[in-house]
Design a protein. Structure first.
Length: 244
């Protein structure tokens, strides 16, 4: 009953807010309307990027946990590689796969026959560089698209401010032409000018929170990849590095 009452009370409020927005939109200049439309496009792309990157980060976390459990359960560092297991979209698996491919190549040598028992220290250095490159590439994949949110955070408020300044300037020009500065003359133009700032903030604020969360999550995933690469190198050295 209480929920129904609140819903019924919210209907007039929503209708009143919609009426106000329609009035403000009718009073806005062409420049202000254009800026609002640009901000609307910004908002669509920003929300798409927020949702897609959040899903990508969540999927990467789940797949990393799945692969790590498989990796920790194997006896030999090449166990998963030899089983030809595939975990598409898993950053940790991509790093493991590249490292194992390089190790397998070093063990087989130029002949490509049976694996040798050990590799040299120089060969292990090549594997380390391969793993570092793999970690960097996977981090860049996770980071791709975040620049759009950064642009929305920094650019949307300035676009909104531009629309506001333009609208206020146009309002004062109309007041000067009318020769009077009363409230009925100025209020519609000023309110229409301020709506662009509101639109800019509505784009920037959610983008800012999402960007900060995604950057933090990206940092966590990158540290996980670095730690895994170091663990993988240590295991490879233990099993295959030839002691001089």
């Amino acid at each position: 009953m209480a929920a129904a009452t609140v819903f019924l009370m919210s209907i007039p409020v929503s209708f009143f807010a919609m009426t106000q927005l329609q009035f403000v939109w009718s009073q806005a200049t062409n420049a202000g309307r254009g800026i609002i439309m640009i901000l609307a496009v910004f908002s669509v792309f920003a929300w798409y990027m927020m949702v897609s990157k959040a899903l990508q980060m969540s999927r990467a976390k789940k797949l990393n946990l799945y692969f790590e459990s498989e990796y920790n359960g194997q006896k030999n560092v090449l166990g998963i590689f030899d089983r030809r297991l595939q975990v598409d979209g898993c950053p940790m698996f991509a790093v493991y796969q590249e490292g194992c491919m390089e190790l397998d190549t070093r063990l087989k040598g130029a002949s490509g026959q049976a694996r040798k028992q050990f590799i040299t220290l120089k060969g292990m250095e090549h594997i380390k560089r391969t793993l570092e490159g793999a970690v960097a590439r996977e981090s860049l994949k996770l980071e791709a698209g975040l620049i759009l949110l950064a642009i929305a955070v920094s650019g949307a408020p300035f676009l909104g401010l531009l629309g506001t300044v333009w609208g206020v300037m146009d309002t004062f020009a109309q007041v000067g032409q009318a020769g009077k500065a009363d409230l009925p003359t100025m209020a519609p133009g000023v309110s229409a000018a301020l709506i662009t700032t509101v639109a800019g903030l509505l784009v920037a604020i959610p983008s800012m929170f999402a960007y900060n969360w995604l950057v933090h999550t990206l940092r966590v995933r990158t540290v996980e990849l670095d730690n895994f690469a170091q663990s993988l190198v240590s295991k490879m050295e233990t099993e295959y590095l030839k002691e001089e």
